[in-house]
Design a protein around this ligand. Sequence first.
Ligand SMILES: O=c1nc[nH]c2c1ncn2[C@H]1C[C@H](O)[C@@H](COP(=O)(O)OP(=O)(O)OP(=O)(O)O)O1
Ligand SMILES: [Mg+2]
Length: 203
Amino acid sequence: MTPTPLVLASGNAGKLREFHQLLGPLGFEVRPQADFGVADVEETGLTFVENALLKAREASRVGGLPALADDSGLEVDALHGRPGIHSARYAGEPRSDERNNAKLLEALSAVAEGRRTGRYWCVLVYLRHAEDPVPLIVQRSWEGEILAHPRGEAGFGYDPLFWLPDQGMSVAELAPEAKNRLSHRGRALQALVEILREAPDRR
Ligand SMILES: O=c1nc[nH]c2c1ncn2[C@H]1C[C@H](O)[C@@H](COP(=O)(O)OP(=O)(O)OP(=O)(O)O)O1
Ligand SMILES: [Mg+2]
């Protein structure tokens, strides 16, 4: 099978690393949007789906290739679903994982263990071209609890605060292969690749 060329519509180094680990061995020739000079789009949507569509469409338009975008975030029950679609800009500018994590800990400071439940969401959008009227959309979530103190060094974003009861560790303590197997993004991508494999005309 000839490799499917693909623009990855993301500027997030952590996401790009995970996409390369997952897609490389599957016969996709993946290139970050920065290779094509694609700038970050304004994420004006009210849903992960809308934002992922905006990103994929712009990357495909500028790159002239099929594009894959990811809009993702953390939904915390005690915070009525926040930070949600605003996860990357939770603590405002300048954007940083550290500042976002600090704000999350502060927001949950009065919330007891056991009530700190939440989930990561990942929505993937694959477009064959910028005007593709039939986007391929897959969404997956990953349940966990928000720790009171960071643990671990791996991963990115909120991973040091995201506790996995079943694993007995935070996401930042998981090996990369384990995160890719279990995560919202890893499972969404596995499902998307399966759809593309079964329906080559969707590529
Ligand atoms: O596996 C994850 N482990 C930790 N944190 C994560 C994960 N997945 C999403 N997240 C957080 C990071 C960021 O705060 C937000 C995504 O925001 P989101 O707009 O989709 O990505 P982004 O702005 O960093 O890069 P881009 O839009 O170019 O893809 O959710
Ligand atoms: Mg973003």
